[in-house]
Design a protein around this ligand. Structure first.
Ligand code: FMN
Length: 197
């Protein structure tokens, strides 16, 4: 299908202005489930080698976030042993789930017949689709992939089967800030046309 110039301009703007928005800049008020479903439908259109479609999602909203709160706390307890443990940090990790109304657990169901990198790339495309769709609907979201977000205890609490690798969470909510500006170094420094110096 050939797209009009106007459509490609709209698409480019959606890509250029997609932003990650941090937790403290989100409104904890619930968002419509249909918006989340649309995000995940967009994710499902990502490309994959051999059509493996390795993305799996578990959506935590409302009181279901309680289980995540406890899991993040427990994961931190297991990571930060002895003097590394901070009660304040423990509380931050337990409380953060309430700041965003929706937390989407990101699980990769890898097809072992493909190199893992191909599945990870396809997975990233899916999450990117979801983020683009969220932003185009005026929602803020961010992929979080730090230690507790991928911890085996947290993975267990999500209910993913043991062979599914937890690659973090996408939290989603309505932004309370003005839409942030992005920054990128120019593509020229990263692109060379063969034959040019
Ligand atoms: C695979 C992946 C993992 C990420 N993990 C984190 C994270 O753990 N914490 C965080 O603050 N941002 C994380 N981000 C978001 C990046 O910080 C963000 O994309 C980057 O700053 C560029 O900003 P933009 O998304 O607004 O263009 C992650 C992004 C990707 C693609």
């Amino acid at each position: 299908m050939r797209r009009s110039e106007k459509e490609s301009d709209v698409l480019f703007e959606a890509i250029r202005t997609r932003r990650s928005i941090s937790l403290h800049r989100l409104d904890p008020e619930p968002i419509d489930r249909a918006l989340v479903e649309r995000m995940l439908e967009a994710a499902n259109w990502a490309p994959t080698h051999k059509r493996t479609e390795p993305w799996r999602f578990v959506v935590f909203d409302g009181e279901h976030r309680q289980a995540l709160s406890a899991a993040f706390g427990e994961a931190y307890r297991q990571i930060a042993t002895g003097d590394d443990f901070s009660e304040a940090r423990f509380q931050v990790l337990r409380d953060k789930v309430w700041q965003a109304p929706v937390w989407i657990a990101l699980g990769m169901a890898r097809d072992p017949s493909l190199p893992e990198w191909e599945e990870i790339v396809a997975f990233g495309c899916a999450v990117h689709n979801a983020q683009l769709m969220a932003c185009s609907m005026g929602l803020g979201c961010k992929w979080t992939s730090g230690g507790t977000s991928i911890h085996p205890h947290v993975a267990e609490v999500t209910g993913f089967a043991p062979d599914i690798r937890l690659l973090g969470f996408l939290y989603v909510g309505r932004p309370t800030c003005s839409w942030p500006e992005g920054q990128r170094r120019p593509p020229g420094a990263k692109v060379r046309w063969a034959g040019n110096p």
